[in-house]
Write a protein that binds this ligand. Structure first.
Ligand code: SAM
Length: 325
């Protein structure tokens, strides 16, 4: 599938649940949000049918996400079904890691290639403050089990927040570098709870600022991208096996290379992370109308905007100028 900008779209972000067992400061409201009724969620059979059609249209990479994908009952079964029915070259999953220690082996055996684990702090109390719950020790155990299970490469995702966790950049980088993991420092984005909680824009730090701080500690050498590297720039440090990456959706947007489309847990196809509108596949999937599902994929790809547009409104522009971003 090629969109109106000429971008080849071959990567599907597949949300399998709207539920999460954490409510991170930058992502999710703390007040209990009513989860979607079960009947609104796509069943595993419906998900597989949608992914199979997506693959026939050219999707070859799938990342399972959420909410927190590991809270969806039977997730390993879904991965097995995707492996058996769809031609996917790279099947990965993003997780907060809380349930990973228990599931890593089974996920690997079901056919998952690799995992990305969110890790915003190595301090247990701070971890709980940022995630508004959870247990850092469980996440660290999950990372270890994932390594043992051969889910490689393991990538850690750190959302950098000024005044919240930016004093841990060096410790987090060392944690990854010494263990042969890849850590990606991500710029805080103006979405969801980041806006409501007031973190955006005050806690935003540009990837350049983060890189400068790390360069003061490590001699950063440009590194080859790891498999499935997407929009990050990567660096290595002589003598240490891990990698450091920077993802800069705001200061260096990668929209012109965006190859993604998203499918929500309720079956809505969304062409862009920054836009809430989408096209629903649910009814045609339930009716078994494959031609309609195919047509909706092509329509969604056709409607993919050129960019996220975060720099285009006056308020964001001013803020980014203030930040030197
Ligand atoms: N629960 C899974 C996890 O923790 O990876 C998957 C879903 S989570 C929304 C996916 C990624 O989005 C996480 O790495 C998280 O850090 C990132 N994210 C969420 N809100 C963000 C924001 N406002 N700015 C930057 N990254 C954000």
């Amino acid at each position: 599938m090629i969109d109106a900008q000429g971008r080849p779209i071959h990567y599907l972000r597949l949300s399998v649940t709207d539920r999460c067992n954490l409510s991170c400061l930058y992502c999710r409201a703390e007040a209990r949000v009513e989860p979607l009724p079960r009947e609104d969620l796509l069943s595993f059979e419906e998900i597989v049918r949608a992914v199979k059609i997506a693959c026939e249209l050219g999707i070859d990479r799938v990342r399972i996400t959420g909410g927190e994908p590991l809270v969806r009952q039977g997730i390993c079964g879904l991965i097995r079904m995707l492996r058996e029915n769809c031609r996917i070259s790279d099947l990965s999953l993003s997780t907060n890691g809380l349930l990973l220690a228990d599931l890593a082996g089974e996920l690997r055996r079901a056919g998952l290639n690799r995992v990305n684990v969110s890790l915003d702090s190595l301090k247990p109390d701070r971890f709980r403050t940022i995630a508004r719950g959870g247990d850092l020790a469980r996440v660290l155990a999950g990372i270890e089990r994932a390594r043992e299970a051969g889910l490689a490469p393991i990538k850690l995702n750190t959302v950098v927040m000024k005044g919240v966790n930016d004093d841990e950049l060096v410790d987090l980088a060392l944690f990854a570098l010494e263990r042969g993991l890849t850590i990606r420092f991500i710029e805080l984005m103006p979405i969801g709870e980041a806006i409501t909680s007031g973190l955006w824009p005050t806690a935003h730090l540009s990837a350049t600022q983060v890189q400068q701080r790390l360069a003061a500690e490590f001699h950063l050498l440009p590194a080859e991208a790891t498999p499935g590297s997407g929009p990050a720039r990567y660096f290595r440090v002589e003598g240490l096996p891990g990698r450091i990456g920077f993802i800069a959706p705001l200061s260096a947007p990668f929209c012109s290379h965006c190859n993604r489309i998203r499918l929500t847990a309720s079956g809505e196809l969304r062409p862009c992370l920054a836009h809430d509108h989408g096209l629903s596949l649910r009814e045609p999937l339930r009716k078994g109308d494959e031609d309609r599902v195919k047509a909706l994929f092509l329509q969604a790809v056709g409607a993919k905007p050129p960019g996220h547009g975060w720099g285009e409104d006056r308020e964001t522009l001013t803020t980014m100028a203030d930040l030197g971003g």
